[in-house]
Write a protein that binds this ligand. Structure first.
Ligand SMILES: *Cc1c(COP(=O)(O)O)cnc(C)c1O
Length: 377
């Protein structure tokens, strides 16, 4: 049996090696490393795939979030509503821009922002909501968009973990996550569902003016070469990454289906265990399983994590410390923020290996190891 890993990019590469090697060599031979034809081709292909009017590639997912908030023209002190139960990048960029992150509770079943708690957090200073489609499942976008319209707020979707996820609206329309709010942000970090071989990211929007503003900010605030209209940054996707992403984008639906098959296997196996809550699937969202995350009760989560490690089976805690408990946010009185569900989850979640190359034997080994830990209790 192959070594079990959280993500097996080596085996995945073997299955597309010829195509990838040719594409990368091509970029090198043409020497158009920055803003080459691969980047514009990838941009167009991703626009088509997402059914988004504009895709603007950038250097990474964190930059995408930062550029999105810059493009909306928010002012220092403006408030941005976001979950605390997320990867640090979501909340960090808010603080970095002098905005105030206002942390809202998540839903225990879906791990995404609890939409019933958003309105209570809105003040006259609130300008935006940043929902996170955590682990690959969509937040309640219909409700979030209704609240945003009612209070005149922007919505920036953190879609770093959910690229390719379909969200079905109440009226039956289907949208890709990231294309529903004002701006969507994605990361192409290697382990993401659509990952490159280095760093990469993108923003998407259907608004022409915002797209122009985003493009300008990502390129030193430049509207015309050497004419700088606003303070921007330098954030671009390189051609080698774009070449790899074009190849993997063609397989994204197949990759997400493979992840779902792994999740189905785990779901079936763990159904009989009372202390294990398998991921709840919201019927409005097609889960793309960036992570397969269990909630364990009546057992020591960290002991399970250590037990699996002893057996050479990796598992991860996403995330052990929520944003409102991080030292970096102490200035926002975040330690007095009361988010009991978020705190409860950080003590009980555990993510098992899930990727496009998992074999049944590996799945059996992982499941049996978790089962033997439970039997020892
Ligand atoms: C990965 C990730 C990011 C950041 O992406 P990078 O490309 O690593 O900068 C942002 N938000 C979430 C939820 C992520 O998982």
């Amino acid at each position: 049996m192959k070594k079990i890993q959280m993500v097996d990019l080596m085996t995945q590469y073997q299955s597309i090696k010829q195509e990838v090697d040719t594409a990368i060599l091509n970029v090198i031979e043409n020497a158009q490393f920055i803003n080459g034809p691969e980047v514009s081709a990838f941009q167009k292909e991703l626009e088509e795939y997402l059914n988004a009017k504009h895709v603007i590639p950038c250097a990474n997912g964190t930059d995408a979030l930062q550029i999105a908030l810059m493009a909306l023209g928010l002012k220092p002190g403006d408030e941005v509503i976001t979950p605390s139960f997320t990867y640090v990048a979501t909340t960090e960029v808010i603080a970095l821009l002098g905005l105030k992150p206002v942390f809202v509770e998540v839903d225990k079943a879906t791990f995404c922002i609890d939409v019933t708690k958003i309105e209570a957090a809105i003040t006259p200073k609130t300008k935006a909501i940043v929902p996170v489609h955590l682990y690959g499942q969509a937040a309640e976008m219909d409700v979030i968009m209704d609240i945003a319209r009612k209070h005149n707020l922007f919505v920036v979707e953190d879609n770093a973990q959910a690229i390719g996820c379909n969200y079905t609206h109440a009226d039956g329309r289907v949208s890709k996550t990231g294309t529903i709010g004002t701006i969507g942000c994605t990361s192409f970090f290697p382990s993401k569902n659509l990952g490159c071989y280095g760093d990469g990211g993108a923003l998407y929007t259907n608004n022409d003016e915002l797209a122009a503003q985003i493009r300008m900010i990502a390129n030193h605030g430049q509207s015309k070469r050497y004419y700088h209209d606003v303070v921007g940054c330098n954030s671009r996707l390189d051609s080698i990454q774009a070449a790899v992403l074009r190849i993997k984008l063609r397989r994204l639906d197949e990759y997400n289906a493979k992840r779902r098959a792994v999740a189905d296997y785990y779901d079936r196996f763990f159904a009989k265990y009372d202390g294990i809550q398998t991921p709840v699937r919201d019927p409005k969202s097609a889960h793309v399983f960036h992570q397969y995350t269990l909630i364990v009760e009546g057992m020591d989560r960290d002991a399970l994590n250590a037990y699996l490690a002893e057996k050479d089976i990796p598992s991860m805690i996403y995330y052990p410390v929520p944003a409102h408990k991080q030292k970096m946010f102490a200035a926002f009185n975040s330690e007095t923020t009361n988010l009991p569900i978020t705190d409860w989850l950080t003590e009980r979640v555990i993510s098992l290996p899930i990727h496009t190359e998992m074999e049944e034997e590996q799945l059996k080994t992982i499941c049996n190891a978790v089962a033997s830990f439970i039997e020892k209790q």
